[in-house]
Every structure is written in C-alpha cells, then in structure tokens.
Design a protein around this ligand. Sequence first.
Ligand SMILES: [Fe+2]
Ligand SMILES: [Fe+2]
Length: 473
Amino acid sequence: MSARVFVRGLVMAFQRIESIHDIRTVAFVDVSGSFAPVFKELIARFRVSKAVYKSESEALSGIPATQADIAFIGPFSTDHSIRKLSHCQQLRSSGYHGVIILLTEEISSFGGTSGITAAGFDHYLLDSDIDAQLEDSVNWAILNRRRKNKYTLQFDNNPDALFTVDSEGRVFDINQWGTDGSGLSPKMIVVGAVNVMELGTLDCFESLIRPLIVEGNAGKTFMNSVNEGERVFQVQCRVHDVSMIGLVATVVKTDITETMYTRSMDILINSVNLLSERDNYTAGHSSRVYHYCRLISQTMGITGDKKFIRDLYFAALLHDIGKIGVRDYILLKKGPLTDQEHEVLCSHSEKGFKILQNYQFLEGSIGLVLSHHERPDGKGYPQKLISEKIPFGASIISVADGFDAMTTTRPYRKPLKYEKALAEIRDNIGTQYDPDVANAFLSTVRRETLKEATEKSTAGLSALSNELIESLL
Ligand SMILES: [Fe+2]
Ligand SMILES: [Fe+2]
C-alpha cells in the first residue's frame, strides 16, 4: 500500500470517528510532507488545533511545550525506524505526557508490538483496519487527557514540593512548589532540561538524594530531614525503575518547621508546666521573664534581628527548664541553702542546656540558657564568664530574670518593693548586670509593667509559645 492510500484511509477514519470532536490538539511529525491532506481535512471538518513539525528538532521542542493530545510520528516510511523510536524516547524524556502514535506500514522493523511499546509509543497505525486503530488511539488520548488533568490538579496543587529526578539531576517532573524561588515555571524546567542542581530548590540533592538512586534501592522509600536557613523540611524519597528512563527518585519535600516547632515546644513547655506543679513560681516566672525580654529587645531596637530574637525568646520561655532535675527539698527550701544545695540548684543552667541540646532548632538558644546566671564581674555560673564573653541574649535574660525574682514571692522571702528592685538593678550595673541591658530596662520599665507581665502570664506558657511560633513563621 502506498503512502497516499494510507493517508487517504487516515483522512476517512478521522471523518468517521465521533470522539475526534473531543480531541483539541494534534501534532504531526511529518518530515516528508506526506500528511498534508490529513491536516487539510482536519482543519476543514473539525475544530482541532494542530501543529505540523517538518523537522525533528522542531518537534522535539514544540510538542512537549504544547502538550498536544496526540502526537503522530511519521512519515509513512520505515527507512528511519530506529530514529523514530528514539524520537519517541526523546519526547518522553522532554516531559511530553500525551499519546504518541506511530504511523507505519509494517511493524517488524520496529521489533513488533513489544518493540514499539518498549520505545514509549502508545499505539501504532498500520494501513489495515485503520478505523479501529485510530478510534482506540483517540479514545486513549481523551482518557489520558482526563487522567492528566486530574493528576495535574493533585500534583500542582499539592502543598509540598514534588520532584522526579534521575541520578544526573535531570528533572522529569516538578510542581509549582518545587520551582519556588527559582523564578522558572515547571514547564520551563522540564522542557528546558534544567538540572535540579541549578534550581536551588532541592539543595539536598547531592548529599541526600543522588546516593539513593542506585540499583537495589528501587521500590524503597527513604525519609530524612534537612535544614535550609531557618526552616526544616522532611524529605521523602522513593526510588523507581521506570522503563525508558531508568532509575529515578520521586521526592516529596515538606516544610515541617511549624509542626516541628509546635510539637517540640509542646513537650518542653509541658515539662516546665510540670515543674510549676512542684514550684508554683516557675510557670509564671518564665512567662514574665519572656515579657521583660521582649520589652528590653524593643527598647534596645534589636527586634529586626529575627534569628537573635527567636533564640532569645525561646530561651526566655525555657531558661529554667533544668530545674526539673533539682529535688524538691532544695527547690522549695524555705531556709538558706547549704553550699552543696546551692551547687545543686545552680546546676539547673547546665541541666537545661543538656535537655535542650537535643532540639536542633534550639541550637541558638541553648547557650543563652547555659549562661543566664553569668555576671559581668565573673562571679556568675556555671562558667564564671566575664562581660563580653557572656552571650548578649543571656545578659538580657539575666536582667529580666533578676527583676522578676526580686519582685515575686519566693519560699525564703517576701517580694521587694518595685523601687527597691530597680535600685538593686542600678546598684549592680557592671557587676551583676550588663550596663546597656540594665539601663535599657530601667529606662522603659514602669510600675504597670509588672502588672501587665503578670496579666499576660495568665494565658499560660503553651499559649505564649504558640503565639511566639506564629509570629516567627
Ligand atoms: Fe535560672
Ligand atoms: Fe529564672
């Protein structure tokens, strides 16, 4: 059968198939020009937008970009059967998801049906029984589009960043979140063959994902977490062996910063709350110290430094958590402490440091917890640091802590009057308290500040912690 007869048969088949009306876009790779009559017929009779590619390179960039419902690969000749197979593979590698139909007069030179399927073609049209074959192809294309629409909805609207990459970093699929920050669209990345390492949205590829894309891992799923700046991501990586492509990883990158902060802080705040069941003072004390630290930060104009503020506020809420390791007879003792008891009580800074060092997001807070009882004159604990060696955040907590300790009832003494507490701070500037911090506090604190801090603390530590997390993210 000649090419002309084949083309005529195809034209007539198009005319007879009802479902062709559901096809919107068709692409023809027609280097020979043999299909000109088909295009003419399609344009005349149906509302089908079509694109004709007369060169292979044009087709390879154009078809993935337009995502036609069906791409017919001709010409009607078996001369270049091997090249046609590779065209199909290249179209798939370039991110074309539509139906690819091979037009041919025989299939043996392609390795039969299995060779054609293995090459990535969905169907082939032979010159015999062309009606049924075309109808099958068209129906498959319609189904494929519906399936793809559904997939696209689930994929693109997924709140996580999704990627499919091979071990070379070639991106086969990516959703909008995966492109975030790159300034490129998913289409630009897939069609333009942008390597995932150039994107900057999957920085953990080299260290975490590439080593997993190896034989033997196919079918396995791996979970990891990575920190990127201030945020924490969970990275789920499943390795697949995909025909025509080889080993790829489907990666789901989920921002777990808020969940991780909230869950970790819930556990820690619960510990502080449990401590306050034993020592009534601690929960209210932590809240008030947090408020005084905020006040000092605002007065000193340092709230713009987000990392510093985050570390300071978490440390303020948790600074005395180490007291959970101090026994009641010391913690609640009404009389003066023996030297040994005093030493145990002082160990709460180090105990707190040890508890919190298991939480990576508190990395910047643990040093402040450790040093919140240091003094500029070197008479503090646990390291007896002097002035500039004391972390600035710890100096802020120290003033806030000292003021609250003085103005609240303790098991061993009544609260100091407001003016007396201020005088105590003033008298100990440079020895117990950092001059800049203490002066900032003294310049802004009012009698009402005490009442406000107490009122705010009634909301509870958990509420304060949640409010803090919300403000940070
Ligand atoms: Fe303390
Ligand atoms: Fe304290």
